[in-house]
Design a protein around this ligand. Structure first.
Ligand code: IVH
Length: 703
């Protein structure tokens, strides 16, 4: 009988000791680089290097499953969706905060604190305070046992919250293990509290994407953060670039600290993201100043704050002051002017975009929101208006978050009189009066008239914009003005402007202190610059010109595909619908748009005049040689693709002149999303890289 194989006691004994060591080393390194990137915002290695380490770890873990650990950086994403959240009791209740709405209330709080301390036999003159931003996000608690993150929960009712560990693990700024010094022993238990938030830019982008997809938009960054953390599928949270500010230590076992300032220092030293602008103070004047400083700084921040939290520093003093109800006496929230306000929605107006899309917006009675007067707000699309049941004449709640475009949150139903009007998108274009259309399956209503003045102005703005002809010196305001004056009627007219007519032209005016209008006129110098910029644009390659024409569905990639297949505009214009649709990556919808565009006599005339003005309507040999439609476009493949192998995908990309790289970086054009994408997805979201699903990728490849 063969000898019985030794029982596996601890999995670790099976793996080669070298692999065990390497795995530990890689985890340590990856967590360190995560920390540099997400917490300190100071990465030291490139994405490519990070991905190399990540991949090496993943491969080792796959080869030696016994080395697997829930604490591994590879385990941040990819957890299975949950059926429901488990309720958990916090080790110590999570308190709320009493408010101070102005300097006077802050002074009253300070007075109460100092009096009470004196009554308790403490010297109030020795009291120090700490000021911190009051983050408008989602409060959470993180429990670390023996240095490892074992549980993360929402605040819930303060006593009991929901276990959202899998979602919180996906947040790069949350350490999975405490950062410990050499030979440092972690406390047996430490509960860390903080606020999860979605950066404002990410919020705006998320809402734009949702509106375009016809999905409901989030009312504010806080809802978006809360919605992401309270998702049963951790991949949703993983796809949103959430972050955290940590501001408190709750229950501890094995940690001796004397003050809040020491707690913040401990947090910072152990890998947590603590706001670098928190400050210590010693008197009321300093505190008041700190609150005003934060209010002033608010518009520059990339996260939303709704006030400043002031805390008594010493834990002994905190203990002496105690808690009333849910609010500790030792802390107060100085609240800013609310970033929401109620006002009357007078009317719903509509802008017409370059492709004819009608974009509704609210025209409101001017109201001050967060220190700024607003009278307009975006309304996304008709579906969004109906979903929120916003009617003309409604009293509405409006909201501004940092410098995000103001939004209408919803109507105040109780204030309805019955005179409010349900909104319908106009049947006629507000710019040209043409009958509008809403193509089946789309959420957007359009003006079909290609010579609609709004569409023309917007298309000229597109023509001069950065990604297109990039004509600096011709800004949006100037385009508006020249169009209104009848000096340009289409993009070609730009090249036929007479500089002499432009010099001295009034482009705007301001009103001086005495109420007199002061006209602003174009100076000879700016006209000179404008002419130079126009001249330079004559050298832009054919595919840029093609993109700048603004043909529907012809973005920069499609323009490249068309330019490299047809070489010049004559061939493209002469091509049949089938020939255009037959180009890899194009397809019938784009072909239809191309044919329709060149079918219009006035578009052909524009092309003729642009050509006569010296623009390039044929691809230079260099653009064609080895280039292909995807020249210089870097793709990153992530996870497993369902319908093709990585090698096939690579071949397809390379055949079109693109290249494939291993990691997402600033130069990455697309991330192709497979199953189990790993860390690349989070990185791509962070950098705003365009993410393609497998089917979108195949479409781009013309399959
Ligand atoms: S301390 C005293 N500090 O505000 C313990 N809370 O109104 C209370 N919040 O539920 C928490 N920023 O969600 C504290 N720097 C900060 C905060 C902060 C935001 C939130 C937190 C809490 C709520 C209380």
């Amino acid at each position: 009988m063969p000898p019985i194989a030794p029982q596996r006691k601890s999995g670790l004994t099976m793996a080669d000791p070298k692999a065990t060591k390497r795995v530990q080393e890689l985890r340590r390194q990856l967590e360190h680089h995560n920390y540099l990137y997400y917490v300190l915002d100071r990465p030291e290695i490139s994405d490519a290097e990070y991905d190399r380490l990540f991949l090496e770890l993943k491969e080792l873990e796959a080869r030696y499953p016994e080395l697997g650990s829930p604490d591994s950086p590879t385990q941040r994403v990819g957890a299975e969706p949950l059926k429901q959240f488990v309720q958990v009791r916090h080790l110590q209740p999570m308190f709320s905060l009493a408010n101070a709405r102005n300097d006077e209330e802050l002074r009253a709080w300070h007075l109460r604190v100092t009096k009470l301390l004196a009554e308790k036999g403490m010297d109030p003159a020795g009291a120090a305070f700490v000021s911190e931003p009051k983050i408008d996000g989602l409060a959470i608690s993180l429990v670390y046992e023996d240095g490892r993150l074992t549980r993360g929960a929402t605040r819930g009712n303060g006593e009991i919250g929901e276990d959202v560990t899998a979602n919180l693990r996906t947040i790069g700024a949350i350490p999975i293990r405490l950062r410990l010094g050499r030979d440092e022993k972690p406390p047996a238990v430490v509960e860390v509290r903080g606020e999860v938030y979605l950066p404002l830019a990410a919020f705006q982008k998320l809402n734009q994407q949702r509106a375009a997809a016809g999905e409901p938009t989030f009312a504010n960054p806080r809802n978006a953060a809360a919605g992401s953390v309270r998702q049963l599928d951790p991949r949703v949270a993983a796809g949103r670039p959430l972050s955290i500010w940590c501001y408190q230590i709750g229950f501890t076992d094995g940690l001796e600290l004397e003050s809040h300032w020491q707690a913040l220092t401990w947090l910072r030293e152990h890998g947590f993201k603590v706001n670098p602008l928190v400050k210590q103070h010693h008197d009321l004047d300093e505190l008041t100043q700190a609150c005003h400083d934060w209010e002033e700084r608010r518009p520059e921040l990339d996260y939303d704050i709704d006030g400043v939290v002031i805390k008594v520093d010493s834990f002994t003093m905190q203990q002496a002051l105690g808690i009333v109800g849910r609010d500790p006496r030792w802390a107060i929230a100085f609240k800013f002017a609310p970033s929401t306000a109620v006002t009357r929605l007078l009317k719903i107006g509509v802008n017409v975009g370059r492709t004819g899309a009608l974009n509704p917006f609210a025209i409101m009675e001017p109201v001050e929101v967060g220190g700024v007067t607003i009278s307009q707000a975006t309304l996304h699309n008709e579906e969004d208006i109906n979903r929120k049941d916003i009617r003309e004449g409604d009293w509405v709640l409006v909201q501004r978050a940092g410098d995000v475009i103001p939004q209408v949150v919803g109507p105040i139903i109780q204030k309805r009189t019955g005179a409010e009007k349900v909104y319908r998108m106009p049947e006629k274009c507000p710019s040209c009066g043409s009958h509008t259309v809403r193509p089946e399956g789309e959420v957007v209503v359009r003006c079909p008239n290609r010579s609609c003045p709004s569409q023309i102005v917007e298309s000229i703005k597109h023509f001069v914009s950065k990604g297109a002809m990039d004509i600096d010196g011709v800004g949006e305001r100037l385009v508006d003005r020249l169009f209104r004056l009848g000096m340009i009627r289409n993009m070609a007219d730009l090249y036929y402007l007479d500089p002499e007519e432009l010099v001295g032209l009034e482009i705007s005016h301001s009103v001086n202190r005495n109420g007199r209008e002061i006209p602003h006129r174009l100076q000879a110098r700016s006209v000179g610059k404008m002419m130079d910029a126009l001249d330079k644009s004559r050298q832009r390659p054919f595919h840029r010109v093609l993109f700048a024409l603004g043909i529907r569905h012809v973005g920069s990639i499609n323009a490249r595909l068309l330019a490299s297949r047809f070489h010049d505009i004559d061939a493209l214009m002469a091509a049949s619908r089938e020939e255009v649709a037959g180009v890899e990556g194009i397809g019938p919808v784009i072909a239809e748009a191309v044919k329709e565009f060149f079918g219009e006599p006035h578009n052909r005339e524009t092309v003729r005049r642009l050509r006569a003005a010296g623009l390039r309507f044929e691809a230079a040999a260099a653009e064609l040689a080895g280039a292909g439609p995807l020249a210089d476009q870097a793709f990153v493949l992530s996870g497993t693709l369902a319908s093709l192998s990585r090698a096939d995908a690579r071949e397809m990309i390379e055949a079109r002149g693109g290249k494939v790289s291993g990691s997402v970086g600033k130069g990455t054009a697309y991330l192709v999303l497979g199953e189990n994408p790993g860390s690349k997805l989070a990185r791509a979201r962070e950098l705003g890289t365009k993410i393609l699903s497998e089917s979108e990728f195949l479409k781009l490849m013309g399959r």
